[in-house]
Structures are given as structure tokens and as C-alpha cells.
Design a protein around this ligand. Structure first.
Ligand SMILES: Cc1cc2nc3c(=O)[nH]c(=O)nc-3n(C[C@H](O)[C@H](O)[C@H](O)COP(=O)(O)O)c2cc1C
Length: 166
């Protein structure tokens, strides 16, 4: 893959603008909002990193599919990302509550409104270990006292669909 012209400020894009993580098949898929994650390199491959708690419905789709997408949106879709980040696909058709239109790709699924989609092949996962987390104790407790630890997924970026004006 030619990454020469690919440009993204990942800290800002993921942390501030948020993204969608989507996995599944045409018949059944799910999306959730993420604001933790990363882009980088390992094993000489361009990769994304996502952190998913096992109680998310999206987790089941991450587990059961070889591919997933990380997709990025303009500010006008913030409300839709807030919906997908606060309701569970387990309880209702939350995508129907948004303006987003599923786009079925060869290997996975994104949305027509995405300005950028990274199609990723799952190449690694690992459950985060609380004993190795070296952040403020209060923050550790706030994040993990009542909710389970995240599973980290590394996905090789196998396709970039970039609709941003260059
Ligand atoms: C801005 C924002 C960022 C989020 N980031 C993450 C994340 O990185 N990992 C995670 O497991 N959940 C994250 N969530 C929570 C999930 O998006 C949320 O629990 C969602 O309702 C899960 O949907 P699902 O059950 O359909 O998978 C985030 C939520 C919001 C609003």
C-alpha cells in the first residue's frame, strides 16, 4: 500500500474528533464510537490500534470477524457519533437513529458519510492487564472499578478510502 500521500493527525482525529469502529457482515454488523486508539507501525505493517471493552456489543463483532473499519467524520455528524457511543446495538437499531448510511465494502463495512475509512485486518489482540497500568490510582478506579478492562486490537491497514479534498 502506498502511504506516501496519507496524512492524518491521529491524536487529534481520534481523541478530539472521535471515530467509529465497525465490524460484521452485511446481514449483521455493529458500530460504536471510539476516542481511544492509535495509528502506527508494527511488524513492518501500517496499523491501527483500538481498545474495546468486552461488554460492548461491538466486541462480539470484533471477535467474530477477520476485518473491521475505523472511520472518521466531519463535525456535522458529531450527534450521530454521540448516539452510536451511548446506545447499544444490542438493545435497538441505533444506526437507524442516525443520518449515516452503511457502505458495504469488499472486506468490511463503513458509512457513505465517512470522510476517511481505514479497512483493517485483525492481526493481534490482547487483554489489558490492570497491574501494568501506571496512571493515577483515582483514574484507574474510575475507569475500571465497575467496568471491565479493554481488549486491545491491532489491525493491519489493508485499504484506505479517503474522500477528503487534498
Ligand atoms: C466519545 C466516546 C468515546 C468512546 N470510546 C470508547 C473506546 O475507545 N472503547 C470502548 O470500549 N468504548 C468507548 N466508548 C463507549 C461505546 O461507544 C459505547 O459503550 C457504545 O454504546 C457501545 O455500543 P455497542 O454496545 O453497540 O457496541 C466511547 C463512547 C464515546 C461517546
Amino acid at each position: 500500500m502506498n502511504l506516501k500521500n496519507f496524512n492524518l493527525a491521529p491524536l487529534y482525529a481520534i481523541d478530539q474528533e472521535w471515530a467509529l469502529l465497525t465490524a460484521g457482515k452485511k446481514e449483521k454488523f455493529n458500530s460504536m464510537t471510539i476516542s481511544w486508539g492509535g495509528l502506527g507501525t508494527i511488524w513492518n505493517k501500517p496499523v491501527v490500534i483500538a481498545y474495546v471493552r468486552p461488554n460492548r456489543y461491538t466486541y462480539e463483532f470484533m471477535e467474530n470477524n477477520e476485518y473491521f473499519t475505523m472511520s472518521f467524520y466531519d463535525e456535522e455528524y458529531r450527534k450521530d457519533l454521540a448516539i452510536l457511543g451511548s446506545k447499544s446495538g444490542r438493545d435497538l437499531d441505533k444506526i437507524a437513529l442516525t443520518k449515516l448510511t452503511p457502505e458495504f465494502l469488499e472486506k468490511s463495512i463503513s458509512f457513505k458519510e465517512a470522510k476517511l475509512t481505514l479497512v483493517c485486518k485483525k492481526i493481534y489482540f490482547q487483554d489489558m492487564d490492570i497491574t501494568n497500568v501506571n496512571i493515577e490510582q483515582s483514574e484507574k478506579e474510575r475507569l475500571y472499578n465497575t467496568e471491565p478492562m479493554h481488549r486491545m486490537y491491532i489491525g493491519e491497514v489493508v485499504e484506505i478510502i479517503d474522500k477528503r479534498v487534498k
